[in-house]
Design a binder for this molecule. Sequence first.
Ligand code: ZN
Length: 179
Amino acid sequence: MGHMTAEKKPAIFILDTSAILSGKPLTLDIKRAVTTSGVSHEIQPGGRDYRTFLFLQEQGLSVHDPTKESIRKIHRAATESGDIGRLSNADIEVLALALDLNQDQQTIIITDDYSIQNVSYILGIRFEPISQSGITKRFKWNWRCSGCGKIFTTHVSTCPICGASTKQIVVKKESLERL
Ligand SMILES: [Zn+2]
C-alpha cells in the first residue's frame, strides 16, 4: 500500500421495523447494524417481538437517532414523491439516519417497506429487501378526484372543484436499476 487511498469501510446496515420483526435470520453482521429509538418504540414491550429486539441488541445492534436536519430532508423528499402518508415517524427516522451515516460510509437500509425503498432510491441510498424481491419500478403518486376525475400532482384530500374525495394513484412507473 504505497499511497494514502481511503480504505473502503464495511457497510452499515440500518434495520427498519419490518426487518426486526421479520423473524428471519439476518445474514448480515449484526455488530454493524443500527436502528433508531423510534423503531424500538414501535415494538411492544413484553411480547415475542420485543424479545427478538432485545436479542438483537445483545448481539450488537445499536440504536442511534438521526439529526433534525436529515429528518427535514426526508420529509421534503417523501412529500415530493407522495410517500409521506405511508411513512411512520420510525420509517422517517430510519431514512434520516441513513442520510446521516451515508456521508462517510456505505449505508444499506434493510426493509420490506416499498415507501422506504422508494425514498431511498430517490436519495441514492442503498436498500436490501428482507423477504420481498424489492421494487423494480419507481412509483410516482398522484391524486385523482373520485367525482370529476381531475388529477392533482400534490396531495389534495378534497377536490377544490367539486368537493369529492380524492384517491391516490400511481401515475408513472419507471424502471430502476437496483443500486
Ligand atoms: Zn372533483
